[in-house]
Design a protein around this ligand. Structure first.
Ligand code: DUC
Ligand code: ZN
Ligand code: ZN
Length: 485
């Protein structure tokens, strides 16, 4: 067998095994994993290193306008470069519909943004903010194209589609095997809190965290799960930030509900006290759902360890701390008018490795699942997320011993700050490969704009999850009326 590349002498990690092996790569695919492989036009020495599936970043905002018109600082070039420096070989940003737009226009717009620019493979999750009958009719075509996940919001007036809108989308998604993702926060609770804070003149960034209560997330997760169960559709709860929210996910998984979830490094690394900084500095830490507290961090780590979450995603939402981003509405804008989100696509995996693996909270196998394999399975990237013959040669070689202090220039993004500045991190990716091409090697970018390809994804894999049958549909069927979706 002729290999283009052989990675030799490293320790290969899959979700279930850690073993010494060489990896042979031919035509962008993994051709062999064996104790010793000779040959290879290029041989990469991975002695003392870990050979992992490349990270799959399944939650990030790239070249995306928010509903209030703020453009992210990262486009598909800088976003993909930053992702690659952080150990990722594939990412799935959002293609966001704003009200009045057709889905065909949205996808065409994002194709124009991504195809010429991405240095790594990509797909999109479609955000739907306007589920009109015409839009619902477009969804099967999007699904056919390999965009098999749709995200909806339960908060933000310009995005919230209401419970009925959610049921419509869940039903279309169920029919086609698509996965509905949801931002779960109770809109009315948040707006009510905002009015109370505004009336009291409390508009500094630190009040943002208080204005979006834990109960707002918990209530919305419960409701989202109930809506999905009514029509027995698969659901993915994004950015779970609370103990109560994680406990609901846990409970429902035990019951067999077709449910998936993620949390994010910022909810493990930071707390609401990070918003309490002089002047407007706290605006850098405004994200939704907001940062919580140390007890929450500990609970989220327990849920990560015990399998409540499929993935830990960055929710990279890069808005610069200037008039192009956070402060589009003025340098002293009240917190509800400051863009929500923080950067972190390059830090997701080093942070998870350092705080998770290096500190003994999770195993290497857990790391592989949380960083890559589970996202591949849930989001239908069937040739990615493992190191085995036939899979894409999407590989990250990590040095588990290297310790570095985080700086902004290590992020390789378009941002003017990183919330992880100064963190001491042990374990860094040294080489990232996408379909056999080296994208990043020893701190140098080797990939080029446009190298990444759109990946058509498969339907969601709900595996052996039994799901839920609403008894009312069954009874209606007994009356001779088939109304189940
Ligand atoms: N939700 C996200 O997923 N990211 C940024 C802001 C938000 O509300
Ligand atoms: Zn969200
Ligand atoms: Zn997000």
């Amino acid at each position: 067998m002729q290999y283009d590349t052989v990675i030799h002498g490293g320790t290969v990690v899959t979700p279930y095994e850690t073993f010494r092996a060489d990896v042979g790569i031919a035509e962008g695919r993994i051709a062999a994993v064996a104790e010793r492989l000779n040959g290879g036009e290029r041989r990469i020495d991975a002695g003392g290193r870990l050979v992992l599936p490349g990270g799959i970043e399944a939650h990030c905002h790239i070249a995306q306008e928010s509903s209030s018109g703020v453009m992210t600082a990262d486009d598909y070039y800088s976003g993909s470069v930053s992702a690659a420096f952080g150990g990722n070989s594939c990412f799935v940003p959002f293609a966001a519909q704003h009200r009045g737009q057709s889905i065909a226009d949205v996808i065409a717009t994002y194709d124009g943004r991504a195809a010429p620019n991405s240095v790594i493979d990509y797909s999109y999750h479609l955000i739907i903010s306007d589920p009109t009958p015409a839009v619902l009719e477009e969804l099967p075509g999007v699904f056919q194209r390999g965009i098999t996940s749709f995200k909806v919001f339960m908060t933000y007036d310009l995005m919230n589609i209401g419970d009925g809108g959610m049921l419509d989308i869940l039903t279309v998604a169920k029919t086609h095997g698509a996965l509905t993702m949801v931002h779960a926060e109770n809109n009315e609770m948040v707006k009510w809190m905002n009015r109370r804070f505004a009336a009291a003149g409390l508009t500094a960034p630190k009040y943002h965290a208080l204005s979006r209560p834990e109960l707002a997330e918990e209530e919305a997760i419960n409701r989202a799960v109930s809506l999905a169960k009514l029509v027995d559709a698969a659901l993915f709860i994004v950015h779970v930030s609370t103990r109560g929210g994680a406990a609901i996910v846990r409970r429902e998984k035990l019951a067999g509900t077709k449910l998936f979830a993620e949390t994010c490094p910022q909810y493990l690394a930071l707390t609401r006290s990070d918003l309490d900084r002089p002047g407007m500095e706290g605006a850098k830490y405004i994200c939704s759902p907001p940062l919580r507290d140390q007890e929450t961090q500990e609970a989220l780590w327990q849920h990560i360890r015990s399998g409540t979450f499929e993935s830990v995603s960055s929710d990279h939402a890069p808005y610069r701390a200037d008039a192009s981003g956070k402060f589009l509405n003025g340098m002293d804008a009240p917190y509800p008018k400051i863009a929500n989100g923080m950067p972190g696509i390059a830090m997701r995996l080093p942070y998870l490795f350092s705080e998770g693996v290096a500190k003994g909270r999770i195993t290497l196998g857990d790391f592989v699942k949380l960083s890559s394999s589970n996202a591949a399975r849930v989001f239908g990237l069937d040739r990615k997320g493992s190191i085995a013959p036939g899979f894409d040669a999407d590989i990250a070689i990590w040095n588990p011993e290297e310790t570095r202090k985080v700086t902004l220039d290590m992020q390789h993004d378009n941002m003017d700050y990183t919330p992880f500045e100064g963190n001491e991190i042990t374990g860094w990716p040294e080489l990232v490969m996408n379909r056999g091409r080296i994208v990043v090697e020893k701190g140098t970018l080797k990939g080029q704009a446009g190298d990444g390809r759109f990946v058509a994804r498969k339907p969601v894999d709900t595996g052996a999850m039994p799901g839920h049958r609403a008894v009312e549909f069954k009874i209606a069927a007994e009356f001779g009326q088939e109304i189940a979706p």
